[in-house]
Ligand binder design. Structure first.
Ligand SMILES: Nc1nc2c(ncn2[C@@H]2O[C@H](COP(=O)(O)OP(=O)(O)OP(=O)(O)O)[C@@H](O)[C@H]2O)c(=O)[nH]1
Ligand SMILES: [Mg+2]
Length: 320
């Protein structure tokens, strides 16, 4: 490998590795091509990046949903998974996005503040999860795309203000809207949805939460929550990481004595070591011989075949 790769190039390469979706991969490859030092020593690498870029571009085009399936507002997925923040007006969706990410949504003590979706990235250890703030679920403004966005997300956080005088009407409205579109809470069809009874920090919060949860216990299990509490905020990333059912796999080149690449590849739980090879590089997959794995389930450096199911935290070395 040529010695003089720039910091910008290495950063772009890391972005490529942690990208789970085509548009991100394309963007990262374009950046790699832009930032790679242009000289004889990198000619092969440049050609390789161009090949990968053209393949990823083709795949992006193939995967584009038909225009008619696209909701009116649409947020391109980024990072390890997309989580939609939804719920009635003034329930604290934007406050949650603001407190968990660097996004700067408008937060206001009155309803109907948010009018279009706004994404932000929530860090979890060495990966990032995309949160998307959305306009309220309310009869006055509900549009089909809001529900489509929930259905197409990887998980959802449904917030209610447990102290809102209209809480029961709001809850019934959301349940009816979900029923109409066959949105369920347990992830058995569509993404798993977590219900947060927000603003529990209010003096009446706990009492209101209990009464509300008792009334709707047949429909969902809610968590008492405060978007203003560091402790509660701190639980969200792990909750979502588990819900997304993903694994992080670290790679190193065979025989490389140095440390593994610190940026993991993110794959769905149930992926095989062969899926990892495909994600890293098509040639690697085509010529796959075996792999060695260092991880929780395997002895250090144990040889595995292509059907081995990778686990979160596995370090792999693919031989080809
Ligand atoms: N006490 C308390 N106030 C909160 C909490 N979460 C949000 N708020 C406040 O509730 C108000 C509404 O918050 P937003 O985040 O704007 O609500 P929203 O759900 O985005 O509202 P819309 O955009 O209208 O749907 C703001 O004044 C927030 O500061 C909480 O956990 N506790
Ligand atoms: Mg809002």
């Amino acid at each position: 490998m040529p010695a003089n790769l720039t910091h910008a190039y290495l950063e772009a390469e890391q972005k490529f590795k942690s990208a789970s979706r085509n548009p991100e991969k394309v963007a990262a490859l374009e950046e790699m091509l832009r930032t790679i030092p242009k000289h004889k020593g990198t000619e092969k690498m440049q050609a390789d990046i161009k090949r990968r870029l053209s393949r990823q571009r083709k795949e992006t085009q193939k995967k584009k949903p038909k225009a008619s399936q696209k909701p009116f507002h649409y947020v391109e997925k980024e990072g390890a998974g997309q989580v939609v923040l939804c719920g009635p007006p003034n329930s604290g969706k934007s406050q949650l996005l603001k407190n968990l990410t660097r996004a700067e949504p408008k937060v206001a003590p009155y309803p109907f503040t948010t009018q279009k979706p706004l994404p932000g990235m929530l860090p979890y250890q060495d990966i990032r999860i995309q949160l998307v703030d959305t306009p309220p679920l309310a009869p006055e403004i509900l549009e089909p795309w809001q529900l489509v966005m929930i259905q197409q997300a990887d998980a959802g956080l449904l917030l209610f203000d447990v102290n809102d005088p209209n809480l029961l009407v709001q809850t019934d409205f959301v349940l009816a809207a979900f029923r109409d579109r066959q949105i369920v809470f347990d992830g058995s069809q569509g993404p798993p949805l977590f219900v947060l009874g927000n603003k529990i920090d209010d003096p009446q919060g706990k009492e209101n939460f209990s009464a509300w949860q008792e009334l709707y216990q047949e429909n969902f299990r809610a968590e008492p929550f405060s978007a203003l509490s560091e402790e509660d905020l701190g639980k969200i990333a792990k909750l979502l990481f588990d819900a997304l059912e993903i694994v992080r796999v670290y790679t190193k080149a065979p025989g490389d004595k140095s440390k593994a690449d610190p940026t993991p590849y993110v794959l769905k739980r149930g992926s095989t070591i062969f899926d990892v090879a495909v994600t890293v590089h098509r040639e690697l997959a085509q010529n796959f011989k075996f792999a060695r794995v260092w991880g929780k389930a395997k002895l250090d450096g144990q040889m595995v075949e292509r059907s081995y199911l990778v686990e979160d935290g596995d370090l792999v070395e693919i031989h080809w």
